[in-house]
Design a protein around this ligand. Structure first.
Ligand code: 13P
Length: 252
């Protein structure tokens, strides 16, 4: 079976003490996950949380973003090198909130993917369409463009480290989840695209996560779809009980 992953994207939530408490509670509630559990806290807590996760099998640390340049005069920014040096193994890249609020374009995201891989970390690359695109039924083409522009320049050996997260924008933080069939349709389409570019073996091994109002109630249904390999969780990752239930819903 493909690698299954549940990743919690805390976004800009929790102060340090709350984050530590949440992590403690998650570690207590999650016993033997059937896949990888990834936690993406805000930058300032990475090192401390990383130490807590490191001692537990299957738990991994992620950053929510990184800068595309290696280093230099970019006040306020954080490089891939820095993230690797505090123990990050994954970096979320291309989240729709970064695309929308910080105007991150496909080319910049391609550069972020490159620096992440160059520092030995795995990108969790987000793609997904806005509502008006879904309504005119051009969502598959829209997502295909995002993948081609930011990932398909990679050599096969690098692409193999990539995790894809399909997050329809209309489902993020709205309580409106994609149905499991809508998720499956897109995940399958993504896998077909990857197969065309990198071959079936690589495509069959690529984890494709679903994100967007995924919660303790609907996770099992979403994850039961053949091409859904886990989830990238926002709101529900901020509650230990809910996050643990989502982790438990991963395919066995
Ligand atoms: P919600 O789970 O809050 O809808 O957020 C999804 C998301 O954006 C994860 O990256």
């Amino acid at each position: 079976m493909r690698q299954q992953i549940v990743a919690g994207n805390w976004k800009m939530n929790k102060i340090l003490e709350e984050g530590l408490e949440l992590t403690r509670a998650i570690l207590e509630k999650v016993e033997k996950p059937s896949g990888l559990v990834v936690i993406a806290p805000p930058y300032p807590y990475l090192r401390e949380l990383g130490k807590m996760l490191k001692v537990r099998k299957h738990f991994h640390l992620a950053a929510q973003n990184c800068h595309q340049e290696e280093k230099g005069a970019y006040t306020g920014e954080v490089s891939a090198d820095m993230l690797a040096s505090v123990g990050c193994e994954f970096v979320i890249i291309g989240h729709s909130e970064r695309r929308q609020y910080f105007k991150e374009k496909n080319e910049v995201l391609a550069a972020k993917v490159n620096v992440t891989l160059a520092r030995g970390m795995r990108p969790i690359f987000c793609c997904g369409e806005p509502l008006h695109i879904r309504e005119v039924d051009t969502h598959v083409g829209y997502v295909a463009k995002q993948l081609k522009a930011s990932l398909f320049h990679l050599k096969e050996e690098d692409f193999k480290k990539v995790v894809i997260a399909y997050e329809p924008i209309w489902a993020i933080g709205t309580g409106r989840t994609a149905t499991s069939l809508q998720a499956q349709e897109m995940h399958h389409a993504i896998r077909v695209l990857v197969a065309k570019k990198y071959g079936k073996i690589v495509a069959d091994a690529t984890p494709i996560l679903y994100g967007g109002s995924c919660n303790a109630q609907n996770a099992a249904d979403l994850f039961s779809q053949p091409d859904v390999d886990g989830g990238l969780i926002g709101g529900a990752s901020l509650k230990a009980e809910d996050f643990a239930a989502i982790v438990a819903a991963m395919k066995k």
